[in-house]
Ligand binder design. Structure first.
Ligand SMILES: [Zn+2]
Length: 82
């Protein structure tokens, strides 16, 4: 069971080494301006709704929302207008 986890972490470290010269933190999402303490949370974040939402906002040149703002917007019609 634990061997698959180790494999995933290794894959992520390989991906991260590409952005090393940009001076970003480990496990940092530049779309959402969020950093994560471990590769697993970082990986989950990429699959999360807020990340997809902020990715759409980035395309529209809008600032990312925080998790708190995202939860509020999800409950309002604003959610459908970025
Ligand atoms: Zn993100």
């Amino acid at each position: 069971m634990t061997t698959t986890n180790t494999k995933n972490i290794e894959e992520i470290s390989q991906l991260e080494s590409d952005s090393e010269d940009e001076g970003l933190f480990d496990n940092y999402c530049s779309n959402c301006l969020l950093s994560f303490s471990d590769p697993a949370s970082y990986r989950n974040h990429y699959k999360s709704e807020i990340h997809h939402y902020n990715s759409k906002r980035a395309i529209a040149h809008l600032k990312p929302v925080t998790l708190e703002q995202f939860e509020q917007r999800k409950q309002s019609t604003l959610f459908y207008y970025l």
